[in-house]
Design a protein around this ligand. Structure first.
Ligand code: WTA
Length: 665
């Protein structure tokens, strides 16, 4: 953590939010939160009187079929229920109520991979599409509480699908369409989904991906899957179709009437599962509930991003991540704004796609992971200069730390010092931002995610003693002291694992897995994961999963994977592998290739290690535990800071490793 210490001691100057923010609304509407003092007052209320605060928020922002009895029960501690005994429906809140008011208003602007392709879907059309898709589900036999797997690209039908699923009280489990057949299979089986929604192919960066074939491969080992609903994205004739299992989306939806009523579900009924990596090999299906998740989605979008119904929100994230769930789908739609759904990459065919979209559709909020910004910064500012971008009021980042120089670039080149830069910290587990500035009002420091959001009480814990470190200028483990509405309630069918993972490491606190510091002015700085989770281009990966995939290769004896800093991808995965006796030097290159393929096959292409070092031996403790910390230090050139290696069971391997890394990397 040494390079972060400078933030604590040095004077990183505070950037005041741009005053122009307040003048930017052409319709003269004022921001929801007008001053930093107002934030502070509301924040105190959200912590001291959660029932009062959240009762008001929930009744103001959502439409309830049945009012709740109490907002938070019990009022203290962690294992709370929210909006107890309330009844509502998510699709009704995201679609129906806006469609009834203004059916012709654009709900989704879909920008296809190829420039000039795409279409706009109005709230009226989205309601119809959602209702028809809901009847596909009903007809197949999906009932309230069943899970439905979604493996779809960034097309409007994907939003209609997740809305259709929640409309009938079922639970969606979206699997990022970059995951491999094996990863998809495991997620379908863990959730026991009987239906998968997918596309014939996907298109990204000008290339077709065989999405349906991946699903076919996956469900070979999913005996419970009865049907696959296939959206025709490209119409490629070679895509396999088995009429016993497969249904074409376009043939199905026309069989049903344009409206079917939503099902009222309990506030605490699950809305969705979303799998994410932890420090062990097996991904966890985190469960988000209907009311709590939705309340937080709406209030974070309103207060952090100042999203109004008149706004056009562009979140450049895949629907397969929590950011896509909340900021492509649920939050903008629940507010009744317009959401931009972009199918492609930031750089195809030119690195101007984001700026084209922002200018063409007059986007007011833009939200992206720093990895894309690093790429576009590198591409050169001449790609950006011709664009207007003046409609933007809030520019968010999430998913990894944003380096101060990238922050400055975002502020000068994209915001042009007129839109607020919002570095927001959240996790799949938190459902929405838990730390982050509020647009227009929170003072900023480049690289800091500033202050906690409403309802979130942060603590910084001493990693050894577990004691809370109070006051400023402290550094330790980031934890939360109480729950807020959108905290994940459990791991799917494994409440014990939920307690073990999040509450056992530091009793009385929710453990985030991240290190953090609070500087002399009370600003929070995220210092990265303290567990075996790495973050490559915003993809959350477990090194244990990568190690397990590599170990499947029969030539491999031992494997260790570590994350190290990388200029472009944030972190990169480097693997160290020792081979079994008898593998000849000629076979080594082929084995390396096989290992890469296995990782791609088991997890996905994005997880393949950047470098694989073949070594004779890995540094181990006397009890046989691989010392990944030593590998990491050697990789970043800190071999003088290895500490006492004489306690290792095989200290002699350290010099060999240093030489190997020095000569080849
Ligand atoms: C990291 C993404 C620094 C962090 C929404 C966290 C961040 C993990 C930030 C969650 C940020 C997220 N600054 N690091 N603003 N936001 N992270 O579940 O390590 O895919 O634990 O959710 O991303 O990743 P996940």
């Amino acid at each position: 953590m040494s390079h972060h210490d400078e933030h604590l001691s040095e004077n990183v100057s505070i950037v005041q939010p741009p005053v122009n923010f307040f003048k930017k609304r052409p319709d003269g509407l004022e921001p929801y939160i007008k001053s930093f003092e107002e934030y502070q007052t509301l924040y105190q209320q959200s912590i001291r009187e959660p029932n009062k605060f959240y009762s008001e928020q929930a009744r103001e922002h959502l439409t309830w079929f049945k009012d709740f009895d109490i907002a938070k029960w019990p009022e203290h501690g962690f294992e709370n229920s929210w909006f107890v005994n309330g009844e509502l429906n998510a699709s009704y809140n995201c679609v129906d109520r806006h469609a009834f008011k203004n059916p012709d208003k654009p709900a989704i602007i879909y920008e296809g991979d190829e420039p000039g392709t795409g279409r706009t879907v109005t709230y009226g059309e989205l309601l119809e599409l959602t209702c028809r898709a809901a009847q596909i589900l009903i007809n197949i036999g999906i009932k309230k509480g069943d899970t439905v797997a979604v493996y779809l690209p960034m097309v409007p039908e994907t939003i209609a699908t997740i809305m259709a699923i929640n409309r009938i009280g079922a639970i969606h489990s979206v699997v990022f369409a970059g995951f491999s057949a094996t990863a998809l299979r495991d997620r379908i089986n863990d959730a026991k989904s009987t239906v998968v929604f997918t596309a014939d192919q996907s298109v990204r960066g000008g290339r077709a991906v065989e999405t349906k074939r991946i699903v076919d491969q996956a469900i070979k080992e999913c005996p419970q899957v009865k049907n696959v609903v296939v959206f025709k994205r490209t119409g490629d004739k070679s895509v396999p179709f088995d009429p016993k299992i497969d249904l074409w989306w376009h043939e199905e939806i026309i069989k049903y009437k344009p409206y079917v009523p939503p099902v009222a579900v309990n506030s605490e009924d699950p809305l969705y599962l979303l799998y994410t990596s932890g420090s062990t090999g097996k991904p966890k299906g985190l469960v988000h509930t209907t009311a709590g998740y939705l309340v937080n989605a709406v209030i974070s979008a309103k207060y952090v991003f100042d999203i109004h119904p008149e706004d056009t929100v562009f979140t450049a994230a895949d629907i397969g991540w929590v950011l896509g769930h909340t900021y492509v789908a649920y939050a903008p739609l629940a507010i009744g704004a317009t959401t931009v759904m972009y199918e492609g990459t930031p750089v195809y065919p030119t690195p101007t796609r984001f700026w084209d979209i922002i200018d063409d559709y007059k986007c007011t909020q833009f939200y992206v992971a720093p990895t894309a910004l690093r790429l576009l910064k590198r591409a050169g500012d001449h790609h950006i200069a011709p664009y207007d971008l003046s409609t933007l009021r809030a520019l968010g980042t999430v998913g990894e730390p944003i380096a101060p120089d990238v922050w400055e670039w975002y502020y000068e080149t994209i915001s042009r010092k007129k839109a607020s830069i919002l570095d927001t910290f959240w996790q799949t587990e938190t459902g929405g931002p838990v730390l982050g500035p509020l647009a227009g009002v929170t003072p900023l420091k480049p690289g800091s995610c500033s202050f906690p959001f409403f309802g979130v009480e942060c603590a910084i814990l001493d990693p050894q003693s577990g004691e809370e470190l109070t006051g400023n200028e402290v550094e330790g483990i980031l934890a939360f002291k109480t729950s807020w509405p959108s905290i994940a309630r459990t791991v799917w069918k494994d409440y014990n694992r939920y307690l073990e993972t999040y509450f056992k490491p530091f009793p009385g606190y929710f453990f985030t897995g991240d290190g953090a510091a609070r500087d002399k002015d009370g600003f929070f700085w995220i210092l990265g994961r303290v567990d075996d989770v790495v973050n490559v281009s915003g993809h959350r990966l477990s090194t244990a999963e990568i190690e397990a995939a590599i170990l499947e290769n029969p030539a491999v004896a031992e494997s260790a994977a570590v994350g190290i800093p990388n200029d472009l991808t944030g972190q990169a995965v480097i693997s160290f592998v020792s081979l079994k006796a008898g593998v000849t030097p000629e076979q080594i290159e082929k084995t390396k290739l096989e290992m890469r393929m296995t990782v791609r096959k088991e997890i996905g292409p994005f997880a393949a290690p950047k470098e694989i070092f073949i070594v004779d031996d890995l540094p181990k403790t006397r009890s046989g535990k691989i010392m990944r910390r030593i590998l990491r230090k050697i990789l970043v050139g800190e071999e003088d800071q290895l500490g006492d290696v004489s306690t290792l069971s095989n200290p002699q391997c350290v010099d060999d490793l240093i030489n190997l890394v020095k000569t080849t990397y």
